[in-house]
Design a protein around this ligand. Structure first.
Ligand code: SF4
Length: 338
């Protein structure tokens, strides 16, 4: 689960950041698939609906071209400006057939630890488990403890089953050569925050035995407008049932602020292709710009069809134009104070 590909103004296509990450400090991201290439269609995805779902592994981009960018970016950055190098695709990164080669080569290029954020859907394949075993940390998703909820929440490709998903993560957990295994659980009110749903999930997690369980909440432009985080009681219930390995991961800092001091027009498009932004946060991202200038930039990009405004949680978010969101009826003022 993750940000999407988009060519930034510095010419980088596959490498972005370092950006502040919820769990990985300053993370240099590597994005290896075309925007929203995924085999799931999660109700909470911040990159719009998946269409069509893709479940075939491919060489989406040449490994050598991606590595050339990694090399260039590492050469341009101070080593102490990065905590982790993270494979975090704008869809499901393990669909890239070159994932294993990429992980091994990146580890040769740098001493920084390497993490892979994945939905974990291909861990039932021995080749994918072997590829990811080279990483220092793997963060697969497991949101539910039963097949029905899995289908309703993650809406996977028709070839993927819940049983296969759990078996894949469990097999990876048993690999002696693996790095850390941190499972991500996205909590969605009314779906997986009830006591019975959490008890079923806890039983599956107990069977897998991850090193940590990271609870996360939908906070940034979920694709389905009805998606909400659980209330305080739901959160308390989740923490209590999922046990001491589970902790709530705070929302990330704004992605752009530390990357682009004063982004110009193309940067906003590149940023929101990976990370939808609250309209209200643009004032911080474009620190020092008068509100009228930011409003004019947004109006220009809207008119050019390069971004769109999507209403979630009663407020406007800026997202890339190509991402698919269901149409909204809400009328939202997308301007900030003049
Ligand atoms: S796994 Fe889910 S959240 Fe991640 S990119 Fe695919 S649809 Fe989006």
């Amino acid at each position: 689960m993750a940000p999407g590909a988009g060519e930034a103004s510095d010419g980088l296509r596959y490498v972005f950041g370092p950006v502040p990450s919820r769990r990985l400090g300053r993370s240099l991201g590597i994005d290896t698939v075309p925007s929203k290439t995924c085999n799931w269609n999660c109700v909470y995805c911040q990159l719009g609906r998946t269409h069509p779902l893709t479940n075939a592994r491919k060489d989406f981009f040449p490994v050598e071209r991606i590595l050339a960018e990694v090399r260039a970016r590492l050469a341009a950055l101070r080593s102490d400006s990065i905590d982790w190098i993270t494979f975090v695709a704008s869809g499901e990164g393990t669909l890239h057939r070159g994932t294993g080669d990429l992980i091994r080569e990146v580890k040769r290029l740098s001493d920084h630890p390497v993490a892979v954020i994945t939905n974990g859907s291909l861990l039932h394949l021995a080749e994918v488990r072997a590829e990811l075993a080279a990483a220092d940390a793997v963060l697969p998703t497991l949101d539910t403890g039963d097949a029905d909820l899995f289908r309703r929440l993650n809406r996977p490709h028709r070839c993927l089953t819940f049983e296969q998903h759990v078996a894949g993560i469990a097999a990876f957990a048993r690999l002696r050569s693996r790095g850390r295994l941190w499972i991500e659980v996205m909590l969605v009110a009314g779906l997986n925050d009830s006591e019975p749903a959490l008890r079923r999930l806890a039983a599956v997690l107990e069977h897998i035995g991850p090193d940590e369980i990271h609870l996360i909440l939908p906070s940034r432009c979920p694709v389905e407008p009805w998606v909400r985080p659980p209330d305080t009681d739901g959160l308390r219930c989740a923490q209590a049932i999922l046990g001491a390995k589970a902790s709530l991961t705070p929302p990330p800092a704004m992605p752009a602020a530390t990357v682009h001091a004063a982004p110009a027009d193309p940067d906003l498009v590149a940023i929101v292709t990976r990370h939808p932004l609250r309209r209200a946060d643009l004032a911080s991202v474009f620190a020092g710009w008068p509100a009228a200038r930011i409003n004019a930039l947004v109006a220009d990009l809207l008119a050019a069809g390069r971004i769109q405004v999507v209403a979630r949680f009663g407020e406007p978010f800026i997202v890339a134009a190509g991402l698919r969101y269901p149409k909204e009826n809400a009328v939202i003022d997308n301007k900030i104070g003049a």
